[in-house]
Design a protein around this ligand. Structure first.
Ligand SMILES: Cc1cc2nc3c(=O)[nH]c(=O)nc-3n(C[C@H](O)[C@H](O)[C@H](O)COP(=O)(O)OP(=O)(O)OC[C@H]3O[C@@H](n4cnc5c(N)ncnc54)[C@H](O)[C@@H]3O)c2cc1C
Length: 266
């Protein structure tokens, strides 16, 4: 196995030209699991760990190489919260936002946040860059719009992120766990609310009906919160798998969304 460690994007593109099928390795917390299991045997690896452009985080832009250990210190509540829930300190020290986007698992914990704030994903290649909405980038379970020769530069957040944001997830235990269901809820000063759900559909999903209903409530009553919870559950598209059942996921995502909204309202 050949490993190259470029220091900048130009070096990555040079390496990709020589080995278009090389594995792009960021923190390796997804890829190395596959390598260890024998499911992935790359001949060539391009390490992204030292690529300085991918480490940029300037508030509105989060580079693909920014780790959860850094994102834990975000002043956007949901981003800090989700980052604190990922794996263990060792995983958070190397695991990156770009890796979560690259894997594109429906259970990726950074993805509901990106969906709830309507983030855009920037891709770069030797011939230029393109920016696309999160739901154009995430095309299916573990599928995304990356083309050969491209890499994820990072995510662009909107100019104004809603003041109140909250993330919640549930798994089979408190820590070191893949989400059975997750949510990110945002609410701005005007009451406009967004809800993104993870692990309850083929990709991260927005609960548009629930958003519309609760955005019209200036001070939601218990009855309104009940209805919001019901709509979120109704809009989920979960499956039964080795981690949980469809029924449990549908129920759980409604409860999580209600709790996250209550935190935004507090
Ligand atoms: C013990 C353990 C616990 C975990 N817990 C969680 C959890 O709680 N929540 C969660 O969401 N995930 C969890 N994960 C999964 C993993 O940590 C995350 O998905 C993480 O974001 C992956 O980032 P990485 O930098 O390690 O990606 P890597 O493994 O390096 O890469 C993953 C994929 O993305 C591609 N990629 C990476 N960067 C780029 C780029 N810039 N451009 C193009 N493609 C790129 C790679 O080629 C690869 O296909 C866990 C993993 C382990 C092993």
């Amino acid at each position: 196995m050949e490993i190259v460690r470029p220091q900048n994007l130009a070096g990555v593109f040079d390496a990709l030209e020589l080995s278009p099928d090389a594995l792009l390795l960021a923190g390796g917390t997804d890829s190395m699991v596959l390598v260890n299991a024998g499911a992935l045997r790359p001949d060539n690896v391009i390490s992204l760990r030292n690529v300085k452009e991918l480490k940029i985080w300037d508030g509105g832009f989060i580079g693909a190489g920014v780790t959860y250990a850094r994102l834990e210190h975000s002043d956007v509540a949901a981003l800090a919260e989700l980052s604190r829930t990922v794996g263990s300190p060792q995983i958070r020290a190397v695991g990156t936002l770009g890796g979560n986007l690259g894997t594109a698992s429906p259970a990726g914990d950074a993805l509901p946040f990106l969906a709830a704030v309507d983030a855009a994903v920037e891709l770069v290649s030797g011939s230029g860059s393109r920016v696309m909405a999160w739901d154009e980038f995430l095309t299916g379970p573990k599928k995304n719009a990356l083309e050969p020769g491209e890499l994820i530069l990072g995510a662009h957040l909107p100019d104004v992120v809603p003041e109140r944001t909250a993330f919640a997830k549930i798994g089979v235990r408190q820590a070191m766990v893949i989400s059975i269901a997750s949510v990110c809820v945002t609410r701005d000063r005007a009451g406009i609310t967004t809800v993104a759900m993870g692990a309850v559909g083929p990709t991260v999903l927005r609960a548009r009906g629930a958003e519309e209903m609760i955005s019209g409530e200036a001070a939601p009553s218990e009855a309104a919160l009940d209805e919001f919870q019901r709509l979120v559950s109704e809009e989920a598209r979960p499956i039964t798998d080795h981690r949980s059942t469809e029924e449990y996921r549908r129920m759980a995502v409604g409860v999580l969304a209600r709790r996250a909204l209550e935190r935004c309202l507090a």
